[in-house]
Every structure is written in structure tokens, then in C-alpha cells.
Write a protein that binds this ligand. Structure first.
Ligand SMILES: Cc1cc2nc3c(=O)[nH]c(=O)nc-3n(C[C@H](O)[C@H](O)[C@H](O)COP(=O)(O)OP(=O)(O)OC[C@H]3O[C@@H](n4cnc5c(N)ncnc54)[C@H](O)[C@@H]3O)c2cc1C
Length: 308
């Protein structure tokens, strides 16, 4: 169902607290600086507002998409139908328990992942050092089981609080959430609200040193200051996708404003004027080249969303 702005405003009265925007360009909310407008953009301030929204959206049959930091998505140029939900207001980190050997944290989904990494570094909490330099939010990192340098988000998760599309809130043990390589069993219509995590303890200096070493290596090997969505394709078993793309002769290949990074071939960077259509065509060309040379089908790591 497509509602007018006035109807939306009426709908939100008394049941929703937070920012509301209409026709909001998603390029302002993605690391790639790409993406057409979201019909409605919402930034709720409390869980009850999210629950009320879920009930209302379901009743009115309006689709929604939960956006984290926008660092692993490609939003098509046609924008997003229905509601885009941002959890940026949910940014609390709390220490639940601290012993000599471990620390338990409560972390909300909108916390920037690097805020969590720094929080742990400053206190000598060990286990997320490898995630240094991975942008985006804790919610996005949980959904995609973000990982780097042998460290994956799932390794420190104890449980995750998830609201489903009917507004039902449950806490799930991490083992039951089907985590795999850059994947989880969390459904696209589930909303991650928070997580409980368990970290090890170490000397602050040791945690800081490991974090610093990983970050220095990341800076050397990935175009972290350029506009990208991270790795475009998952690594096929045993071979980095970046090497396959490079050996298929695609490094530096360009479509419109999007280019295969010369620093790391599994990153496509937007030099400024790139569109989602350019990006998708480059994905096609690169995967065809890899298929032709190695007989391998590359599977996307990025999430492509929005109207065709
Ligand atoms: C320079 C650069 C380097 C990167 N390096 C790495 C790396 O080393 N390792 C790695 O794993 N990734 C890497 N990435 C990719 C990306 O940063 C991670 O995948 C990150 O965890 C995505 O989080 P996000 O909040 O930006 O999610 P988004 O891109 O906003 O969303 C990704 C998916 O998660 C869903 N989602 C987000 N938040 C929620 C929520 N609260 N509830 C339900 N669903 C949600 C979205 O609907 C979408 O399907 C890199 C990206 C860049 C740009």
C-alpha cells in the first residue's frame, strides 16, 4: 500500500517517536554514495516505537528495510520502496560483568563497530581486535557475521535480541543463529536490536598492539579511505576472490564512475559519479571474466537492494 505523506504523519501520531523523512536519497546513507530515494526514512528512538511500527507496517502491507552503516549494501538507483529503518539512535554499550578472565557486554545494534573495537581496546577486552577498520554498525556486523584476520563477529556473541516483522521480541542464543562465512540465519525481515557479548581479558597494551598491527596491515592492503562497499564477492573455498579477479585481468576495469580497485581487486570504488547501474554492470563483467578464466561462479558478498 502506498500512503501519502499526510497519511504517514497521521499513522505515526502517538505510536512512534523519532525522526521521519520522505523521499530521502540513500546515497547520503551509504558508504558508496550511491542509491535512489527511500519513500520513508525512519530513525526510531526506542524499542516500543519499532514494535508499533512493525505492527502498523504489517497491517498496511508496507515493506521495510533495516539499514545499518550502509557499508555493505548497494542501493539501486530507483531507491527503496516503503520504509527504511535506521537504528542509529541505539548506541549504548554497557559492561554487564567483569572478572579477571572475561567481560560481558550489552551492545546495541546502532553502535558503530569501531566504537566497540575501541571500547574493548581501552579496557583490555580481547576478541574483536581483528575487526579493526571494518566500518558499519554492530547490527550489520552481526547479520553478515563480519570477519577479518581470523576473527568473526560470531566468536564473541552470547545472544542476540531480535524483533520480527510482527513486532515480537525474542533473545536467541548465538549458537542457534546459523552463523557461517559472511552469513547468518537472521531473516531479512528480522531486526537486530542488541547483543550480549563475552570478551576475554588481556593487558591493555597487548590488545592495543594487536589492534594497531591489524589496522596497519588493513591500510596497506585495502582501499579503506575510498568509497566502496567492502568486498564485492565472497571468497570461493580456498582462493581469495580478489586474486581471481586480478588474474582474470580485471584490476582497474571501469564502468562509468565505478572502478575495480587497483589496491584490492575485490573492492569496487566510486570515484564520484558512479551509479548502481554502473556497479551492477561491473559486477557482471568481472564475474563473467572469472567464470571464463577459472570456471568459477562468484557469489556476491554485498547486499543489493531497492527498486529495479
Ligand atoms: C572499506 C571497507 C572495508 C571492509 N572490510 C570488511 C572486512 O574486513 N570484513 C567484513 O566482514 N566486512 C568488511 N566490510 C563490509 C562491511 O563493513 C561489513 O559487512 C559491515 O559489518 C556491514 O555493516 P553495516 O552496519 O554497514 O551494514 P549495512 O551495509 O547497513 O547492511 C548490511 C546488511 O545487514 C542488514 N542489517 C544492518 N543492520 C541491521 C539490524 N540492526 N537488524 C537487521 N538487519 C540489519 C541490512 O539490512 C543489510 O542486509 C568492509 C567495508 C568497507 C567499506
Amino acid at each position: 500500500m502506498r500512503l501519502s505523506e499526510q497519511e504517514w504523519v497521521e499513522t505515526f501520531k502517538g505510536i512512534y517517536q523519532g525522526e521521519v523523512g520522505f523521499d530521502i536519497p540513500m546515497k547520503d546513507y551509504t558508504n558508496l554514495l550511491i542509491g535512489g530515494p527511500a519513500d520513508v526514512f525512519l530513525r526510531p528512538e526506542d524499542p516500543l516505537s519499532i514494535r508499533n511500527l512493525m505492527v502498523t507496517l504489517k497491517k498496511k502491507n508496507v515493506p521495510f528495510f533495516t539499514l545499518g552503516g550502509g557499508t555493505n549494501v548497494l542501493v539501486r538507483d530507483g531507491g527503496i520502496e516503503g520504509v527504511v529503518l535506521s537504528l542509529k539512535e541505539f548506541r549504548r554499550i554497557e559492561v554487564l560483568k567483569e572478572t579477571e578472565n572475561y567481560a560481558e557486554l550489552f551492545v546495541e545494534a546502532g553502535v558503530p563497530l569501531q566504537k566497540l573495537v575501541n571500547f574493548c581496546k581501552e579496557r583490555g577486552y580481547a576478541g574483536v581486535e581483528g575487526l579493526t577498520g571494518v566500518p558499519g554498525s554492530v547490527g550489520g556486523a552481526i547479520c553478515g557475521n563480519a570477519g577479518s584476520y581470523g576473527c568473526e563477529m560470531k566468536d564473541t556473541l552470547v545472544s542476540v535480541a531480535i524483533m520480527d516483522a510482527s513486532g515480537r521480541l525474542d533473545r536467541f542464543k548465538a549458537e542457534g543463529l546459523g552463523f557461517g562465512y559472511r552469513s547468518s540465519g537472521i531473516a531479512p525481515t528480522d531486526i537486530v536490536l542488541s547483543a550480549n557479548m563475552k570478551l576475554g581479558r588481556d593487558e591493555k597494551e597487548a590488545v592495543a598492539a594487536r589492534t594497531g598491527e591489524f589496522f596497519a596491515e588493513k591500510k596497506q592492503t585495502q582501499p579503506i579511505s575510498e568509497r566502496s562497499a567492502g568486498c564485492v564477492f565472497k571468497n570461493p573455498e580456498g582462493t581469495p576472490a580478489g586474486r581471481l579477479i586480478d588474474e582474470a585481468g580485471c584490476k582497474g576495469l571501469k564502468v562509468g564512475g565505478i572502478e575495480v580497485s587497483i589496491v584490492h581487486a575485490n573492492f569496487f570504488v566510486n570515484a564520484g559519479a558512479g551509479t548502481a547501474a554502473d556497479y551492477l554492470e561491473l559486477m557482471d563483467r568481472v564475474s563473467s571474466a572469472v567464470q571464463k578464466k577459472f570456471g568459477l561462479t562468484l557469489e556476491p558478498e554485498i547486499r543489493v537492494v531497492g527498486r529495479e
